[in-house]
Design a protein around this ligand. Structure first.
Ligand SMILES: [Zn+2]
Length: 180
């Protein structure tokens, strides 16, 4: 069992390489604009990979986790409340599922023996959680669509099914903060 907790060390990935991966997957899946992750995980992905499984579980069985991923088993477990939230367009829950999708895409074949991260001395880009968060932002709010756009933070939030905070961070990151 390989549950990725905060601080799991993984081989380094730059934001640029994660962006390239996210854009490549979006292209392969023919995605444009906002992505509802429930639809993607429940209907689209199993068609492409018949070994992929999602398991929706009661919150109390998740011990406080919104969702968790076992990349080597191609399994994502999702709490009831996160599944419901993402199904209903709650941005934070949609981002959580994109984060788990990032673990699935990037973190198979990495044994726990790769070690724990020494948070104070090691860079963020070897942290599985940083990589998954970065993937989620790049996948849900693609740079190829956003750079040069005139979208405001609230338009990004609505169009890409993310929280206001995620939209704000992304807009700052890409230098596209307009219309606020
Ligand atoms: Zn994670």
């Amino acid at each position: 069992m390989t549950i990725r907790k905060r601080g799991q060390k993984v081989p380094p990935k730059s934001r640029a390489s994660i962006r390239a991966l996210a854009e490549q997957i979006r292209t392969a899946l023919n995605l444009q604009g906002g992505t509802n992750m429930v639809g993607l995980l429940e209907f689209l992905l199993p068609k492409l990979d018949d070994e992929f499984v999602i398991d929706i579980r009661p919150d109390h069985e998740m011990h406080g986790d919104a969702a968790r991923t076992y990349p080597d088993r191609k399994l994502i477990e999702i709490s009831d409340s996160t599944y419901d939230g993402a199904s209903n367009g709650v941005g934070r829950d949609n981002f959580t599922l994109a984060h788990e999708f990032g673990h699935l895409m990037m973190h198979s074949g990495i044994g726990p023996s790769f070690g724990r991260l020494r948070l104070k001395t090691e860079p963020a880009y070897v942290d599985a959680e940083w990589q998954a968060d970065t993937f989620a932002a790049e996948f849900l709010m693609p740079a190829s669509e956003l750079i040069g756009s005139r979208l405001s933070v609230s338009q990004i939030e609505d169009k890409y099914q993310v929280s206001n905070m995620a939209a704000r961070i992304r807009a700052d990151q890409l230098g596209i903060r307009n219309g606020e």
